[in-house]
Design a protein around this ligand. Structure first.
Ligand code: PRP
Ligand code: URA
Length: 217
């Protein structure tokens, strides 16, 4: 899977696969319906999840083929945790569960104050023992980075440190802020867009991900 490691932010990985790029273009299109939007988020996340899971630990176990027994590779350790940031991150959960059906799911409720753009936390419920799990933090939009930085901070406060952050679109401002605050986490994104506008929306972006996903505009 083609993936570009950023020249400056070494923890930022941009997906370079033609299928992802094509589907992202459809996702951005203002004429894409709510139904199609959800389907595209699912498909893009599925393709991204392949790359984002590439650090999962492998061990071996005995398997019996029709011909013989041998020690074969299997993912080891505690089941990973999938943590969507509400609301829009919810649209990315099923794709991860397709590939990691045994993963545990938690929810982190956060919204941006429309005036200050600062994140407000309203819900936090995650699976037990996340300290020994790989955690996938999901949110389609990394804009100012406020929500992502706050969510990672909450996890680190309780000693959860193996964190993979997965967004569909990132802004340079968001990547800078998240990388500087938490240089130890990996950030996966389908696109590094141009900039933020004065209202904190990503350009060219796709608009408000939650509103487009749930039809709340
Ligand atoms: C959106 C998005 C991120 C956040 C990103 O959520 O899903 O969580 O904004 O912006 P930031 O990087 O500037 O923090 P929003 O706050 O609109 O909440 P919603 O998903 O409930 O609509
Ligand atoms: N949140 C969104 O949903 N879209 C943006 O462009 C920025 C934040």
């Amino acid at each position: 899977m083609p993936v570009k490691q950023h020249a400056v932010f070494r923890n930022f990985f941009e997906m370079d696969h033609p299928l992802i790029k094509h589907k992202l273009t459809k996702l951005r299109d203002v004429s894409t319906s709510k139904k199609k939007f959800k389907e595209l988020v699912h498909e893009i996340t599925l393709l991204m999840a392949y790359e984002a899971t590439s650090d999962l630990p492998l061990g071996v176990e005995m398997v019996r083929t029709p011909l013989e027994e041998f020690m074969a590779p299997v993912i080891t350790g505690k089941k990973p945790a999938i943590l969507p940031i509400l609301r829009a991150g919810l649209g990315m959960v099923d794709a991860f569960l397709c590939l990691l059906p045994g993963a545990r799911v938690g929810h982190i409720g956060m919204y941006r104050d429309e005036e200050t753009l600062e994140p407000k936390s309203y819900f936090f419920k995650i699976p037990g023992n996340c300290q020994s799990r790989t955690v996938f933090l999901l949110d389609p939009m990394l804009a100012t980075g406020g929500s992502a930085v706050a969510a990672v901070q909450k996890l680190k406060e309780i000693n959860i440190n193996k964190i993979m952050y997965v967004s569909i679109i990132s802004s340079p401002e968001g990547v800078t802020r998240l990388s500087q605050a938490h240089p130890d986490i990996k950030i996966f994104s389908a696109s590094l867009d141009r900039e933020l506008n004065k209202d904190g929306y990503i350009l060219p972006g796709l608009g408000d991900a939650g509103d487009r996903m749930f039809g709340t505009k």
